[in-house]
Write a protein of this length. Structure first.
Length: 677
């Protein structure tokens, strides 16, 4: 039996989701009535009401529906869908229709088609076939969204605005002439002079010194490794271009409407091109799309991380899962169905980590089109199916979880996450391709959550006051002020755990000289003289009996204790783990990747060091608490096949059953307990 300490309640106010959660957490879906005959729409409404659907995302890919030819506007069907939704008490998350241009647009203006890094053009026939920097595309998109906003700003069904769709999902990196021109403008604004750019990019290397702005291209496919600083700036620029698309529409919407504006983020393992820390402040509601990625070793652990990161983007406030799937997707090599209870576990995992609503792609499984084999709320086989019955159960669960709305997760531990580090660490010419940023972040996150430590995912630029433990995995690129903030956090009594591949380069991707990890050398009291990465599949042993993989390096301590040494491998005899006491605080360094069990043991120790109460949870069981001013909810998600017992007292939030002692959670099940105060 496990005891889980109750955390201090906090209040959270003014969520734009609050009006949508009065009768239950949001239960929503993409709704694409334009794919179906009119006769189907009435059945859609009836079944949505039966399931308790409260929010539909409409008109996401509506451009050719509402604007089928130049100057032709056809809103009759969308009017009817809006009215139908309203008549059935369903709110609308209205798309601006700019996600994918209608065919006439690209026929008329082939110059807006995106160009890949090898200079080849991408054609229409799929979606998102436009260059994000194209002034021509931008002008057409502004016109479409303006028409939509003007028409529906006062419609009673309107709940929020959904700008475009998954901006940058396919077209974030475009190398066409318009992109090149915009890139030069962005560089000029950043550096002011060619001389400053040459310095920042280190262009003396390989005779790359530029004499004029028009000599600069996006980093197109080259014969050799490319300039990493140029790659990094192109990544920054490309994220900014997509944000500009959002911003232009959001600003125009806000001139006509007070409804919240958002777009759906892709905080997932396979999209890395958008720095959402710089986007988050511009969203009225943080919304994420998340699908289980079966290509990963542990898709569920990735879900937990993504949900914690989404909560971080929302600054701890409630967020919305804008898309997920009831079952299989259709874009992975093997599109696996969900197992018994898996959908509910996924849904409750997002809610436990701060979501106030769960929406699905999509309402009715398509009969045609590229996603006809993607699952939906209403499957091809109809309502006499286990899938539909599960959907009804999900709807009912979200309804009963209404009291959870607005409550917050409280964490004493933070994990630093940084898109720029992801980019710079994985750009060309790196020490080992086995050092992948997300792997390192996921390993640290899983070690924390596996130790029963609730963790907030925060940006490298965030204030750290209020946390007791900060974990810094592979923070490759660090600005001086961010390194200084971490050092101050430790000096003020905090515990930091910093891993290899952190603090290596500055914001221009320039190596910090004098020994690794340059930005954290003094804080950690170490100097690392040489990287010594491990070969594929190679493991090493440490003198504390632990095993490790991926990385080693040759370091010496200058002012730290050696906590463990490498016994073998390329750094045999040298420190593998160090700890430096700094007043009440301490700074740990990990020079290798411990096995999952060793990592959990280490972060448990660090958490105890930091004064965080840890209660080991059985492996594969998530225990998370959300609290509001006067209520607390304990979420237990049992991903294992065994029954577990967790200490709790209160009332089952779904069944209403009183709970006086440990709660039993069957294998594969979830329990949500409203705790007695
Ligand atoms: C994304 C898109 C949707 C749909 C789903 C399929 O999330 O936004 O339009 O393509 O993927 O999983």
């Amino acid at each position: 039996m496990l005891a889980v300490d109750r955390l201090a309640p906090e209040t959270r106010q003014g969520s734009p989701l609050e009006p949508l959660t009065r009768d239950g957490l949001v239960f929503g879906c993409d709704y694409n009535p334009e794919q179906w005959d009119r006769a189907v729409w009435d059945e859609d409404m009836r079944l949505m009401r039966q399931a308790g659907v409260s929010l539909v995302a409409v008109n996401i890919f509506g451009w050719s529906w509402i604007n089928p030819a130049p100057g032709v506007w056809s809103f009759d069907e969308l009017d009817e869908v809006m009215d139908l939704a309203h008549a059935h008490g369903i709110r609308v998350n209205l798309g601006t229709a700019t996600a994918s241009p209608a065919p006439w647009v690209t026929t008329r203006h082939p110059e807006i088609l995106p160009v890949a890094e090898d200079g080849t053009r991408r054609f229409p026939g799929g979606r998102q076939a436009y260059c994000p920097s194209s002034p021509v595309f931008r002008a057409y998109a502004a016109e479409v969204s303006r028409r939509v906003v003007e028409r529906y700003a006062d419609h009673p069904a309107l709940a929020m605005w959904h700008v475009s769709n998954e901006l940058g999902c396919h077209n974030s990196l475009c190398y066409c002439d318009a992109s090149a021109a915009a890139f030069r403008g962005w560089l000029e604004a950043r550096y002011g002079s060619i001389a400053a750019l040459n310095t920042a990019w280190g262009t003396s290397f390989w005779s790359q010194r530029y004499g004029a702005w028009d000599e600069i291209l996006p980093p197109m496919t080259a014969l050799s490794l490319r300039n990493p600083a140029q790659l990094l700036d192109f990544q920054r620029f490309s994220s900014d271009q997509q944000l500009e698309l959002y911003r232009a529409e959001a600003e125009a919407i806000r001139r006509h409407s007070t409804a919240p504006v958002t777009t759906n983020f892709m905080v997932t393992a396979h999209i890395r091109t958008l720095d959402y820390w710089s986007w988050a402040g511009e969203m009225d509601v943080i919304a994420n799309d998340h699908y289980l990625d079966r290509r990963l070793a542990d898709p569920t652990a990735e879900l937990s991380f993504a949900a914690d990161l989404t909560r971080g983007l929302a600054g701890g406030t409630p967020w919305l899962l804008m898309e997920t799937s009831t079952g299989a997707v259709n874009w992975q090599p093997h599109n696996l169905a969900k197992g018994e209870g898996e959908l509910l576990r996924n849904v409750v995992s997002h809610v436990a980590r701060g979501a106030d609503g769960i929406c699905f792609f999509q309402w009715r499984a398509s009969a045609q089109g590229a996603e006809k084999f993607h699952s939906a709320l209403l499957p091809h086989a109809g309502t006499d199916t286990a899938q539909w019955r599960t959907v009804l159960e999900v709807g009912e669960t979200l309804r009963r979880l209404q009291p959870v709305a607005g409550s917050q997760v409280h964490s004493d531990a933070a994990l630093l996450f940084d898109w720029e580090s992801w980019w710079s660490l994985e750009n060309e010419g790196r020490p080992s391709e086995d050092v992948r940023y997300l792997d390192q972040v996921h390993a640290a996150h899983a070690a924390l959550t596996g130790s029963g430590v609730s963790v907030d995912v925060v940006s490298a630029h965030d204030e750290l006051t209020g946390y007791r433990l900060v974990v810094v995995p592979a923070l490759h690129l660090v600005r001086d002020e961010d390194a200084a903030r971490i050092a101050r956090f430790v000096e003020d009594g905090g515990t930091a755990v910093i891993t290899f591949a952190s603090g290596i380069v500055d914001e221009d991707d320039r190596v910090r000289l004098g020994g690794y990890p340059g930005a954290f050398r003094d804080l950690l009291g170490i100097v690392s003289e040489e990287f010594a990465p491990l070969g594929p599949g190679q493991t090493v042993t440490l003198d504390d009996g632990g095993t490790a993989s991926v990385w080693a390096e040759r370091l010496r301590v200058t002012d730290a204790e050696v906590d463990a040494r490498f016994l073998d491998g390329p750094a045999a005899g040298l420190p593998a783990r160090t700890r430096r006491a700094v007043g009440e605080g301490s700074a740990w360094y990990l020079a290798t990747l411990p096995s999952a069990a060793d990592y959990r043991a280490l972060l448990s120790r660090a958490a105890q060091d930091a004064g965080i109460p840890t209660t080991p949870v059985p492996l594969g069981v998530d225990v998370i608490r959300r609290v509001s001013a006067d209520r607390a909810f304990l979420f237990v998600i049992n991903h294992t096949t065994d029954t577990v017992e967790i200490a709790a007292r209160g009332r089952d939030a779904i069944s209403g059953e009183a709970i006086a002692g440990p709660v039993r959670v069957a294998g594969g099940a979830v329990r949500i307990i409203e705790e007695a105060s």
